[in-house]
Design a protein around this ligand. Structure first.
Ligand SMILES: [Zn+2]
Length: 233
């Protein structure tokens, strides 16, 4: 079942490892078939080097296992909230990548200091608010998803393809699992560059709106002209 999606999701998980975004097993990527309403996600606790497409777990949007003998990633409920809330996304990636996690732990949104950021995010990378004690005690992973959704009130998931979960780490998404992993890699690079920018000049200011809009909209606006016709990423 969903062989191609399984291969895509496995590849996205391995990409996170290749790019050094994953410490041991602190990471997971998933993808969804919107036609079938089924999600494919990394299994919990299987070493990446042994992971095969058949190890991935297929669930419905309520989290019921449809196919697979292994337990899904414990962050599955977070992924499911994002798929239910954001109809336009097809993949989710979560890591504890070092610089993005440092910003998340500091609970600081990442300002758009330059065009690398503006090419992907139309605005700062938001940080979520803290979960309450009750939200942590009951349905923690699901409430993490709701905190992410709340942090996107002012924007759209396509214009903000990732957020920092306070005291935890980054979640990123995209049109499929591969795009989600790609955005997780970009988010880590932005976090790292922003950290250095403030190290060089603690009073550095975000790029102005004109430059920010220029870079974001030339790639993502209705009149986008960056790249080839079939490649607007
Ligand atoms: Zn985590």
């Amino acid at each position: 079942m969903l062989q191609r999606l399984r291969e895509q999701v496995l590849e996205a998980n391995l990409e996170l490892v290749r790019r050094n975004l994953v410490l041991y097993t602190f990471g997971n990527a998933s993808g969804i078939s919107r036609e079938e309403g089924l999600v494919v996600i990394k299994p919990s606790g299987v070493p990446y080097e042994q992971m095969k497409p058949e190890h991935l777990v297929v669930t419905d949007l309520a989290g019921n296992i449809v196919e697979g003998t292994l337990r899904p990633s414990s962050d599955l409920p977070t992924h499911l909230v994002l798929y239910r809330e954001f109809a336009e996304i097809g993949g989710v990636a979560h890591t504890h990548s070092e610089y993005a996690t440092a910003w998340a732990q500091a609970r600081k949104p990442i300002p758009c200091f330059g065009t690398t950021h503006a090419d992907y995010f139309h605005g700062p990378v938001p940080a979520t608010s803290d979960l309450t004690d009750q939200e942590i005690a009951e349905e923690y992973e699901k409430n993490t998803g709701h905190a992410i959704v709340r942090s996107l009130r002012q924007t759209r998931p396509s214009a903000t393809p990732g957020v920092l979960v306070a005291h935890h780490g980054p979640f990123a998404w995209g049109e499929d699992a591969g795009a989600a992993a790609h955005n997780a890699v970009i988010l880590e690079a932005l976090a790292r560059m922003a950290y250095f920018t403030l190290g060089i000049n603690a009073a550095a200011q975000p790029a102005g709106n004109t430059l920010h809009d220029k870079h974001y909209l030339r790639k993502h606006g209705k009149d986008a002209y960056y790249g080839q016709v079939e490649d607007k990423r």
